[in-house]
Design a protein around this ligand. Structure first.
Ligand code: NAI
Ligand code: MG
Length: 329
């Protein structure tokens, strides 16, 4: 029996989470779900975007599933604070070409490893009406820790290269430490190739030669931007899952946000959420089921019959979920 914290959040977060729960209920595994609130609707109800109660539910769970939250003016981001509270310092975002999807190329298969606890997402901002300052915190400890995750993941995936992305020509001190930490850790993995690029050049290489990357490691903001760009190479945010992993907790969520433009229409693609649940099962040691879910999603997408509008079809969120479940059981 696994205790799973479910935090659906706002907008399509609710819709894709319903789909995900529907699928999990059909599996041959036992789950006990505990529900937590977070996000914009939660703020309107409770006056906070991330209640203490939600953090407690997440902390005591075996793993957390998070949908998406709409940002609340003047309030901290609930997902950034939840990642911090759980110290899930590594945000893992796999990107791959799916058969039958209009991808830039059909041989893309890399993963972005994004540092999750500091960088420009420290949310430390101050100043006055004339001048505002945001602190970009980079520590050697977090930089070495995230590099280690990247090299270990490269080994686990059986790939050969880790690419460090930074901007140390301008951010000489902060990204100087990030890059130096990367090469320090690289010494422990002499069998793995290394390279590093400035983030602006990398934004171009991701389009011109995405097939050449295996594992990409970067700081918080750069990793966030590059992962949406990368999702765009392989069919969009409807197929982009992610896991946030720490030493004691795992939190799994789609890369996308609450998509207010399509919320309530029941046409959101649930595959990012479902693939995130597959990553969760992998984390929990349920490798076979995790793999079955991945295969079922791939098969339904490849058949091109039942797809949500983001992939050119006219199926609803629940239509495609049922098709995936049918493949599974
Ligand atoms: P978004 O990721 O919500 O949407 C970007 C575009 O992708 C939209 O056109 C949307 O319709 C489409 N899209 C996203 N997920 C989709 C899915 N599953 N199926 C089909 N189409 C999908 O980003 P946006 O519009 O910039 O932000 C909307 C809200 O979400 C904002 O309040 C933002 O702060 C928040 N946000 C929250 C995140 C989180 O909770 N982790 C992450 C990113 C944004
Ligand atoms: Mg993002």
């Amino acid at each position: 029996m696994y205790n799973i914290a479910i935090i659906a959040g706002d907008g399509i977060g609710q819709e894709v989470m319903n789909a995900c729960e529907y699928l999990l209920d059909k599996l041959d595994l036992e789950f006990s779900f505990e529900y937590g609130e977070a996000g914009f609707d939660c703020f309107n109800k409770n006056g906070v975007t991330l209640p203490e109660e939600t953090i407690k539910i997440a902390e005591k769970s075996d793993a957390v599933l998070f949908g998406a939250s709409t940002s609340t003016p003047g309030q901290p981001s609930p997902i950034i604070n939840l990642r911090k509270a759980l110290n899930v310092y590594a945000n893992i975002r796999p990107i791959k070409s799916y058969r039958g999807v209009n991808c830039l190329r059909d041989d893309i298969n890399f993963v972005i490893v994004r540092e999750n606890t500091e960088g420009l997402y420290s949310q430390i901002e101050y100043g006055d009406e004339e001048k505002m300052i945001a602190e970009r915190v980079i520590t050697r400890k977090a930089s070495e820790r995230i590099s280690k995750v990247a090299f270990n993941l490269c080994e686990k995936r059986g790939q050969s290269k880790v690419t460090c992305v930074h901007k140390s020509n301008v951010l000489k001190k902060t990204d100087g430490v990030f890059k130096e930490s990367f090469y320090n850790i690289a010494k422990q993995y002499p069998h793995i190739k290394t390279e590093d690029y400035y983030v602006d050049a990398m934004a171009m290489y991701l389009v011109t030669q995405p097939q050449n990357f295996d594992v990409i490691v970067s700081s918080n903001l750069f990793g966030d931007i590059l992962s949406d760009e990368s999702a765009g190479l392989v069919g969009g945010l409807g197929l982009a899952p992610s896991g946030n992993i720490g030493d004691h907790n795992g939190l799994f969520e789609p890369v996308h946000g609450s998509a207010p433009d399509i919320a309530g229409k029941h046409i959101a693609n649930p595959c990012s959420m479902i693939l995130s649940a597959s990553m969760m099962l992998d984390y929990l040691g349920e490798w076979e089921t995790a793999n079955d879910i991945k295969n079922a999603v791939e098969k339904v997408i490849a058949e091109c019959k039942i797809r949500t509008p983001d992939l050119g079809g006219d199926a609803s969120t629940i239509d495609i979920t049922k098709a995936i479940v049918k493949e599974l059981i």
